[in-house]
Design a protein around this ligand. Structure first.
Ligand code: NAP
Length: 325
């Protein structure tokens, strides 16, 4: 098949390109040439800024376009309209953040966020803007849309450092501060499982909307961290610290990836059974941890971490925890 990716050189898109090339497809990437510009010499690269100029896409045909870089409805509308009649299918990578305070077990029909587009900002309105993007795609491709809503994605090249934070901490061995509640549900999907499944869906011409979280069985925070330990074969000790202590010491939810402070558990209990019934499978989390570590160890030591506690903060919190009366 001939596939066009709007993006494709960072993380989720990058793994989709790898999976598509591995499956023998002809791949064109449209991007600005800023992010990892030397990747995929074997693919065709079309250079442009989707916010400004789509002319490199003119007069071309593809079996499917995969839009991994759409965050706001304006540019998504422009690319969807520009490609109308010249692509068999418009695939849009959305997110589970589209759901409005999802109940436990939310499937694809759960209520979506509603925002006022005039007041939306890309930093605060990620999920609401993705809803508007999805609607644009469904409007322009009423039958030929494929919308994928992943939960947290993990694996090599993840720029968010969320799962990666825990891999690094646990790899350092010694004591690891873990936030209660340990029975909190979590969901995470390996980018390579997501990518390979998506390519199979496109090959079969599947359409519609799919949640894409993992793993197949419910997972707690404790089970996730234990699976990472198993994958890395470390002797790290998890020290479970209660949420009240952490908030009292100024630790916010965003600083400890996957921690929900006992709230919004539904966001980690999304139902992906439709995706599983359509062939989504998962590698063991321990393997994701091992491969993520191999990639982390190749990164420059100057890497600026995007998530998690700093080493000094982590050590100080642990000593305060042990010294508490
Ligand atoms: N990470 C997660 O846990 C997670 C969870 C749920 C959903 N998602 C979704 O997954 C997608 C993120 O994937 P990714 O960033 O890893 O995708 P990617 O396709 O691997 O990387 C983003 C691509 O977009 C290109 N790009 C950025 N701005 C552009 C512009 N103005 N014009 C043309 N190209 C542009 C970048 O290249 P240049 O910079 O060279 O232009 C890069 O190739 C998003 O849609 C996100 O909502 C992610």
């Amino acid at each position: 098949m001939k596939l066009l990716i709007l993006g494709g050189t960072q993380f989720v898109g990058r793994h989709i390109v790898e999976a598509a090339l591995a499956a023998g497809h002809e791949v064109s990437l449209f991007h600005r040439g800023q992010t990892n510009p030397d990747l995929f010499p074997e693919a065709e690269h079309l250079y442009g800024d989707r916010e400004a100029d789509l002319s490199p896409l003119a007069d071309r045909r593809w079996d499917a376009v995969i839009d991994t870089s759409g965050y706001t409805p304006g540019p998504v509308r422009r690319s969807a309209e520009a490609l109308k009649g010249r692509v068999g299918q418009y695939v849009f990578i959305s997110t589970v953040s589209v759901y409005d305070d999802p109940p436990s077990g939310a499937d694809e029909s759960a209520p979506l966020q509603r925002i006022d587009p005039a007041e939306a900002s890309t930093s605060d309105s990620y999920g609401g803007l993705k809803v508007l993007c999805e609607e644009v795609v469904q409007d322009i491709y009423p039958r030929d849309h494929l919308i994928i809503r992943p939960g947290i994605v993990a694996g090599p090249h993840d720029p968010t450092d969320r799962f990666t934070y825990w891999v690094r901490r646990i790899h350092q061995s010694g004591e690891v501060l873990a936030p209660e509640r340990r029975d909190q549900p979590v969901q995470v999907i390996d980018a390579r499982d997501l990518a390979a499944w998506l390519v199979r869906l496109i090959e079969r011409g599947e359409t519609g909307v799919f949640n894409a979280t993992g793993p197949a069985e419910p997972l707690t925070l404790e089970e996730m961290l234990t699976a990472i330990k198993r994958g890395l074969r470390t002797e790290a000790t998890l020290t479970w610290v209660d949420a009240e202590f952490l908030t009292r010491h100024g630790v916010s939810m965003g600083e400890l990836p996957f921690w929900t402070l006992g709230q919004v558990w539904g966001a980690f209990q999304i139902d992906s059974s439709r995706a599983q019934a359509h062939g989504l499978t998962y590698r063991p989390l321990a393997e994701t941890a091992r491969d993520t570590l191999a990639w982390v160890l190749e990164r420059p030591p100057t890497h600026k971490w995007r998530a998690g506690l700093r080493d000094d903060q982590h050590a100080e919190l642990l000593s305060l925890w042990h010294a508490r009366g």
